[in-house]
Ligand binder design. Structure first.
Ligand code: DGL
Length: 268
């Protein structure tokens, strides 16, 4: 399958959040070309019904497939939780969601076998994280908590703000009482709140960043399928958004410290 090596990795998210996953992929695999689709016109997915999330996820997938990609990354936790299994069934290229890599890492990290998961309402409501973790080890207790205000707080740029700290305390204190030793950050935006979450949960709780774990999994699968770029190529970046690109570029650059250009607005 050597002819596939030069194709790009396709990545979609409901908006800017998936850039946390893209950033990890770029850092780990700088030679790979990437095509990113942010569905900025229809974000957030985290408050929508499973039917709507699945319809959007399929439309995003179809768009990226037209770019002849070699692997698809469903960077949105909500889409991964709700629609990944259905997407996988319809594609002939490898598909990686953000759930399983995080679940595997949580399993490795926990000693007490008590794991917390935070995410959007839709992700936590789907029970997809407990399912994924308990499939690997039925003895693990998984406690899920939705943290719906985290996404707008991150998008407001308040990643290091006392208001965010107060909100986080409100969400996380009940989880602390559950005596978990591992906490899975099950949403694209939450790695940007790592410092605040760490402050509340303390050193005794390992934080699992699904974005990082997903990039590791992307490398593993590309290498296993022998479609990992080895040459001295410098990876190209292409971005598509469904709303005007201004906010995507500003927010993405400010929050993630990556340069964003080559952005086109499309209809999925
Ligand atoms: N990308 C979403 C996720 O990871 C968060 C934003 C949204 O609700 O769409 O679940």
């Amino acid at each position: 399958m050597t002819h596939n090596i030069n194709k790009a990795i396709g990545i979609f998210d409901s908006g800017i959040g998936g850039l946390t996953v893209l950033k990890e992929i770029i850092q780990r695999l700088p030679k790979e070309d990437t095509v990113y689709l942010g569905d900025t016109a229809r974000v957030p997915y985290g408050t929508k019904s499973p039917e709507t999330v699945t319809r959007y996820s399929f439309e995003n997938t179809s768009f990226l497939l037209k770019h002849d990609i070699k692997l698809l990354v469903v960077a949105c936790n909500t889409s991964s939780a709700i629609s990944l299994k259905q997407i996988e069934k319809t594609l002939s290229i490898p598909v990686i969601g953000v759930l399983e890599p995080g679940a595997k890492a949580a399993l490795k990290a926990t000693k007490s076998k008590r794991v917390g998961v935070i995410g959007t309402e839709a992700t936590i409501g789907s029970e997809a994280y407990p399912d994924a973790i308990m499939k690997l080890d039925p003895g693990i207790v998984v406690i899920g908590t939705p943290c719906p205000l985290f996404v707008p707080l991150v998008e407001e740029g308040w990643t290091d703000d006392e208001i965010t700290l107060m909100v986080a305390e409100r969400y996380l204190n009940p989880l602390k009482r559950e005596e978990i030793d591992t906490l899975l950050l099950g949403c694209t935006h939450y790695p940007l709140l790592k410092d605040i979450i760490k402050k509340i949960m303390g050193d005794g709780v390992s934080l699992i960043d699904s974005a990082q774990e997903t990039a590791i999994e992307v490398e593993r699968i590309l290498s296993e399928k022998r479609i990992l770029r080895e040459s001295s190529h410098k990876g190209s970046r292409e971005y598509f958004v469904t709303d005007a690109p201004g906010r995507f570029i500003n927010l993405g650059e400010r929050l993630l410290g990556i340069h964003i250009d080559n952005v086109k607005q499309i209809n999925t």
